[in-house]
Design a protein around this ligand. Structure first.
Ligand code: G3H
Ligand code: 13P
Ligand code: ZN
Length: 321
């Protein structure tokens, strides 16, 4: 089965009111766990590869591993570049056959972000590839403090609905990653903070009213950082802080119903893999066969992905829509 285009996956997800999981791949065990989980749940899948993953595993290894996964499964699988930071990286990926890339110009001033994103869009669209842009900054807790950081001010950190419309119109990007209080990693919020779902609704509404239809929004930093995983890691010798915090799964469900078509998850995979490895190291310190610790760790990631696609993203059972 060939790779699937994210354009097809997004259209079906928005119609069916489910979200696609975009899971980060760095090595064979993560890839097997993700793909086997989605196969078991009959869930459509986006595999995403960061610049760091390409540097760690080598693009050719990753591509061949994904080819193997695709040949061994029946579900639709798309491959996407996560957080492309230059035109050249996006171009390389498109030339290698990626049908979806992200250009992350969110750190740039608005006009520069538009310019860079449009350049990637122009290149991609001529080659049947699509582009995810990003507007706003995923900075998390320290900026969620009103007008200065998290308010509706045009220069603010959170994505402004009117700017989202202007950005999509000016760049022609096919999906948009938004900043609504989300952030990467295992330390997302302080205290009772969580996502600004009203802002998400306002962005979606503004895009609809501007004639851009049921426009696909993307939620980065969507790991929920389960307490039982961080506790297990620490029980077996880890030193994660007391203040780990992720996006509550209930918030992801609301975001999905508002129209987030793609939900990015990496940290939770890392936590599950680490918990699995640490448990074996602690309980069987005489073992040194990598299969003895990577095998159980892979199973932990698989269980986590099955839970996400079934209970949170609700894309299980939609592989053949
Ligand atoms: O958002 C970033 C992803 O978690 C990828 O992380 O750049 O360490 O591969 P990475
Ligand atoms: P997490 O760190 O919350 O898993 O986010 C991953 C992500 O956004 C990848 O682009
Ligand atoms: Zn991200």
């Amino acid at each position: 089965m060939p790779l699937t285009h994210t354009r097809d996956l997004f259209a079906k997800a928005l119609k069916g009111k489910y979200a696609l999981g975009a899971f980060n791949v760095n090595n064979m065990e993560l890839l097997q766990a993700i793909v086997e989980a989605c196969e078991a749940e009959k869930a459509p899948l986006i595999l995403q590869i960061s610049k760091g993953a390409r540097q760690y595993a080598n693009p050719v290894y990753l591509r061949r591993l994904i080819d193997a996964a695709v040949s061994l499964t029946t579900i639709p699988i798309a491959v996407h570049l996560d957080h492309g930071d230059t035109f050249e990286l996006c171009k390389d990926c498109i030339d290698e056959g990626f049908t979806s890339v992200m250009i992350d110009g969110s750190h740039l001033p608005f006009e520069k972000n538009v310019e860079l994103t449009k350049k990637v869009v122009d290149y991609a669209h001529k080659r049947n590839a699509v582009v995810e842009g990003e507007l706003g900054k995923l900075v998390g807790a320290q900026h969620d403090d009103g007008e200065e950081g998290g308010g509706y001010s045009k220069g603010g950190v959170y994505t402004h609905p009117d700017e989202a419309v202007a950005f999509v119109k000016a760049t022609g990007c096919d999906s948009l990653a938004v900043a609504i209080g989300n952030s990467h990693g295992a330390y997302k919020f302080k205290g009772a903070q969580h996502l600004d779902l009203e802002r998400l609704k306002a962005i979606k509404k503004a895009l609809l009213e501007a004639g851009l239809g049921d426009y696909p929004l993307v939620l980065h930093g969507a790991s929920s950082v389960p307490k039982e995983l961080t506790a297990e890691i620490n029980k077996y010798g880890g030193k994660l802080g007391e203040d780990t915090a992720g996006v509550p799964e209930a918030d992801i469900e609301v975001a999905r119903r508002i129209g987030c078509a793609k939900v990015n998850i990496d940290t939770d995979l890392r936590l599950a893999l680490t918990a699995g490895i640490r448990k074996v190291f602690a309980e069987s310190p005489k073992d040194f066969d990598p299969r003895k610790y990577l095998g159980p760790a892979r199973t932990r990631v698989q269980e986590l992905v099955r839970h996400k696609v079934r209970n949170v993203l609700c894309c299980a059972g939609h592989a053949f829509d």
